[in-house]
Each structure stands twice: as structure tokens, then as C-alpha cells.
Unconditional design. Structure first.
Ligand SMILES: NC(=O)c1ccc[n+]([C@@H]2O[C@H](COP(=O)([O-])OP(=O)(O)OC[C@H]3O[C@@H](n4cnc5c(N)ncnc54)[C@H](O)[C@@H]3O)[C@@H](O)[C@H]2O)c1
Length: 339
């Protein structure tokens, strides 16, 4: 099977590309160049890609020609400006990338004769946040306070509208929560920020220690994506899906920071940022009952182990192991876990 990933040079894209390649698939990608130190480069993924295209999804012709050149069976649209704080700094690029970039992907996939399954990745932040304790279900209203959340809600609605109006290959929209895992080099994401500080031997500074997030290991999220693609290829699975962990993984930012500091050792600590910070949602929880009951999907890594695997990845790389070897070890260990 030949997969085209937009955003293959990013965090989720690199894990997914390596996982698919290890499983014997052919993988092409369209994205911007990787960030310095990104997993894509550290794990030396470029030579293992069937086609490694660099281009901007804001340009319709770039996206169309990527589909024409690669003629994939499956498209997973991951490329985005995915950071809340960056969306306050640069709302225009965030909107253009996340909304019109998605438009360009929908249009190009719709015109492609090869695509049999299309997965569009949005986020838990697409839901209108009413600070409800019960998780959001797929039929809940969408909304978005900050520019990132709004852009993703718009891309989600855009995809629903496109599919209802123009059809296209079997398509699913997947909303997942905060994922963690080794090799995430983004700034302004909690665990990468923490691990960078721990490795440098400086106290980490965190915002919103009381905010609750649904933490999930990237491999559990990707396992959900792949089950949905399997369903699409079997003629099922179109529509919206939540992929998120159970309530045991709805944990405060402060509790996650405590656990990560304890697992890292070496006297790692954190403090709270006293500065005025832009608004971020205080409570976000997803209800993934649909994915569990229809697809048989379930998290294999509970919260403690998801954090443990992430800290372990970073520790091993910090100690000199090759990021590709550590990543492949974790892919193999994950496959061996009971489902
Ligand atoms: N990581 C998370 O916790 C999380 C949570 C919910 C949803 N998501 C969603 O998952 C997807 C992947 O996120 P990630 O964590 O891997 O992000 P990332 O920042 O690591 O990767 C983003 C990818 O998109 C590409 N990209 C950005 N702008 C582009 C443009 N204009 N043209 C072409 N490519 C472009 C980058 O080159 C990169 O390959 C995003 O859609 C994001 O919104 C992520």
C-alpha cells in the first residue's frame, strides 16, 4: 500500500512514516523542511521515503502536483501550524495553512483517481469548550477561542461541507488530544519543553499547572488512525472520530511535570511561569467510545507508561543511542503489547 503523508517531516508524521515503512508500506510525503533536530532527520527517514516532497500546502498547485506525482492509495493530512501560542503570534499563517491548506488537500484528493482512503487530522480543540467534565462526543458543537482552535474547527467544518457537497474517496476526520512521545522538538509544548530543561540541568518553567489535558502516547493515537484507514479501505469508517485516552489519563499539567521530573531524576524540577499568558482552554477531554466500540481501538499505554516511554526515549538519546534505533525499539515493543 502506498501512503502519502502531508506533514511527514513533523512529529506525528515521522513516527507514522517510520511505523508504516517498518510494516512494509511505501510512504511519500509533502511538507516543509524539518525543524532543526527533528525526528525526521535524527532518524534518517529521507532515504527511506518513496518520494520526499518539500512544498507549501497553501499553494494549490503544489498539492495537486504532489498527488499527481505520487498517485497514493491512502492520504493522511497531518500538515498544519499546530501550536496555540504560535497562532497568536501569526494568525494569518495559521489560518492560511490550516484552513486553505486543508481546502487544497480536499480538492486535490477529490481530483485524484488513485486515493482509496483519506484521513484528515484535526484536534480535540475543535470542540466548543464549555468546560464540561464529561468528554466531548463527535456530535458536539464545534468552536474555538484561540486562532489555532478556530482554524482547526474551520478545517473540520470545511471538510464536512466539502464531502457533503462534492463527495470524494472514503474520508474520515479524526480528532485527537495532546499526544506525547520521543522526538517532539516543538517549542511551547509541555513535555518537549520539560525534557529540554531537564537535559540542560535547568528548572523547567510551565504555564497553567492546573490545566487538565488528555495525555496520550503518539503510538496509541497512530494505532487509532490506522484502524480508521483500515475501516475506510474496507468500505466503512467515513465520518468523524475521536481518538483520545480514558479518564485515567485526564491529568493536570503539574502532575505530568512532577512525574516526568521524577522519572528523569538528576534533581530535575519545574516552576510556574508568573507572566501573563494568552488564553488556553482549561479543560479538554474527549470521549472515544465510538472508536472503542466500533473499531475495537483501546489505549495500550496508560498515562504513567506513556510518560515513561517518552522520558525513556529522550534519556536514551541523551545518553548517545541513535534516535532511529530507540524509535524502532519502541515501535516493536508497542506491537508486542496486548490489544
Ligand atoms: N501533537 C499534538 O499533540 C497534536 C494534538 C492534536 C492534533 N494535532 C494535529 O496533528 C497534526 C500533526 O501535528 P504534529 O504534532 O506532528 O506537528 P509538527 O509541528 O511536528 O508537524 C507539522 C508538519 O506540518 C508541516 N507543515 C506546516 N506548515 C506547512 C505548510 N504550509 N505546507 C506544508 N507543510 C506544512 C511541517 O513541515 C511538519 O511536517 C497537525 O494537524 C496537528 O494540528 C497534534
Amino acid at each position: 500500500m502506498h501512503w502519502l503523508l502531508t506533514g511527514h517531516t513533523g512529529f506525528k508524521g515521522s513516527w507514522l512514516a517510520l511505523q508504516l515503512i517498518e510494516a512494509g508500506h511505501e510512504v511519500s510525503g509533502l511538507a516543509l523542511d524539518p525543524e532543526p533536530g527533528a525526528l525526521f532527520e535524527a532518524a534518517e527517514l529521507a532515504p527511506r521515503m518513496r518520494t520526499d516532497l518539500r512544498g507549501d500546502i497553501r499553494d494549490p498547485q503544489t498539492v495537486r502536483s504532489a498527488l499527481d506525482r505520487t498517485r497514493p492509495d491512502v492520504v493522511v493530512h497531518l500538515a498544519a501550524q499546530p501550536l496555540v501560542r504560535e497562532s497568536y503570534r501569526d494568525p494569518r499563517t495559521t489560518m492560511e495553512t490550516n484552513v486553505m491548506g486543508t481546502f487544497n488537500v480536499l480538492e486535490a484528493v477529490g481530483a485524484s483517481a488513485s486515493v482509496q482512503a483519506h484521513l484528515l487530522v484535526t484536534t480535540d480543540k475543535v470542540y466548543r469548550n464549555v468546560n464540561q467534565v464529561a468528554g466531548y462526543v463527535e456530535s458536539d458543537a464545534l468552536g474555538g477561542h484561540d486562532p489555532y482552535s478556530a482554524s482547526k474547527a474551520m478545517s473540520d467544518l470545511l471538510a464536512q461541507s466539502w464531502l457533503a457537497s462534492f463527495g470524494g474517496p472514503p474520508t474520515a476526520i479524526v480528532r485527537a488530544g495532546n499526544v506525547i512521545g520521543g522526538g517532539d522538538v516543538s517549542t511551547d509544548r509541555l513535555l518537549p519543553d520539560l525534557l529540554r530543561s531537564f537535559a540542560a540541568g535547568t528548572p523547567a518553567v510551565i504555564r497553567y499547572p492546573d490545566a487538565v489535558r488528555p495525555w496520550q502516547h503518539v503510538l496509541d493515537c497512530l494505532a487509532g488512525y490506522r484502524l480508521i484507514v483500515d475501516a475506510l479501505l474496507a468500505g466503512d469508517g467515513a465520518g468523524e472520530w475521536n481518538i483520545g485516552p480514558g479518564p485515567d489519563s485526564f491529568v493536570t499539567v503539574g502532575a505530568l511535570a512532577d512525574l516526568a521530573a521524577r522519572l528523569w531524576g538528576d534533581g530535575a524540577t519545574w516552576t510556574t511561569d508568573g507572566a501573563e499568558n494568552p488564553h488556553e482552554a482549561a479543560l479538554l477531554a474527549l470521549d472515544a467510545t465510538k472508536a472503542r466500540s466500533v473499531l475495537g481501538w483501546a489505549d495500550r499505554l496508560p498515562f504513567d507508561r506513556a510518560v515513561g516511554w517518552t522520558v525513556d526515549w529522550q534519556r536514551r538519546v541523551h545518553a548517545g543511542e541513535h534516535p532511529r534505533d530507540v524509535t524502532v525499539d519502541q515501535l516493536t515493543a508497542f506491537e508486542a503489547l496486548p490489544r
